[in-house]
Design a binder for this molecule. Sequence first.
Ligand code: UD1
Length: 465
Amino acid sequence: MVTETLAGLRTRLVVEGGRRLAGSLTVPGAKNAALPIMAATILCEGEVVLHRVPRITDVDVMAYILESLGARVREQPGGTLVINSTSVTSHTAPYALVSKLNASFDITGALLGRFGIAEVPRPGGCVLGPRAIDLHLDGFGRLGASVDLEHGSVIVTGRRLRGTTIPLAKPSVGATKNLMLAAVRAEATTRIENAAREPEVVDLADFLVAMGARIQGQGSPSIVIEGVRRLHGGEYTIIPDRLVAGTYLLAGAITGGDVTVRGLDPTMLASLQEVLRATGAEVAAEGVSVRVQAPRRWTATDVTTAPYPGFPTDLQPLIVAYLSLAQGTSTVEETIFDARFVYVSELARMGADITVAGRTATIRGVPALKDAVVEAPDIRAGGALVLAALAAQGTSEIGGLEHIDRGYEFLEERLAELGAAIVRISAAEPVTLRPHVGETQDLAAIVSAFGARPAAGSPGTQPGG
Ligand code: UD1
């Protein structure tokens, strides 16, 4: 299932900027719900059929992790995965796969709940800073497990977990999911206080309930889990990805366009809608769709990231890209991840005027961005660079697609459908030998020069692309 792009470091996106995006699209499934739900199948006896699973490389890696533990994973057309974890025999997650996926520590709670023991490599640092797991480990301890670190792996042992109250010092998304997974088959009742309220946490809880768990309060700061003996198989549809939806709305907005995302509950994007309105964009939320119409030039505003329902840290790089073209000076404060401004130097290479002091970025709006060759350092920063390139004058080239493909399904195909001039090129030669695309205005020439895969292909034909 792993796609060419996992290894394809020379693959790049070429974007001819300056085209107004318009149209509508249906939002794919949420990565941050799909990954823990896939991990949760470890707790289920029988076949689990998951619909609206996004075709992204993180899902491929999680599928490989499950297979390496002994599960059977089958892909069906249209974003359906059939997972049978009844045959899982191993409680030891392989380092080679886990190290590729920050979210993979989420399987610890599921393995612990199933086997009474889990051995998972300790997550390393990532571009957003060190991935802390103290709240996860403290919670496992409160449930009666013991925690050891051996040869770089966390070994959590607890043959008889017993429910209790777990107060989280911060509403950590990962800790809430992991502890819910550990508690679902524990004896007695667990209460997670100061729990994360993100829709993806709610989706994991709803999935577990659909498989026989007893959980209440998901979406509130207090989640109550009454342990059950077993979970069964069944069918479930993953919620749409609000972060991907936000990306397309901002892609429309930054090009002065008119984009509608369909298929998701607009309240999931309430904070983004509020920010966009503050910049002068027209936002209409109706039923299960959100439409954003951008003004010709938008105004600056201030944004602070916060746990849900606050402004999501994952949309922070994208809103910074948008505000870099606003009239006036904006500030964006990042309160979740210390190191989440690493991409700002790449935006600056496109002409953005941004200074970062501590956890606040000051963005002095410029009238235009210019083309550049840039590198995506992580998924959402990659999305931000694509947005900047869509709005920039000239033709930009974006590398680091191994990050972008972790979280965006058929990104260039979907943007092309909205009117973007964007292609994915797979350079057969080292990229340094290519002509300077910044001087090339003709996208067709670039496509033929590199033998690029055209962007107009059917999404269904490019798994994981
Ligand atoms: C998840 C999302 C990520 C999103 C983030 C915040 C997935 C796969 N990833 O990441 O896209 O940006 O939520 O919405 O769902 N922390 C601790 N101790 C812990 C755990 C976390 O101090 O034990 C800190 C982290 O360092 C970070 C903050 O809490 O500063 C938030 O982390 P958390 O909510 O756990 O994020 P993730 O689950 O890693």
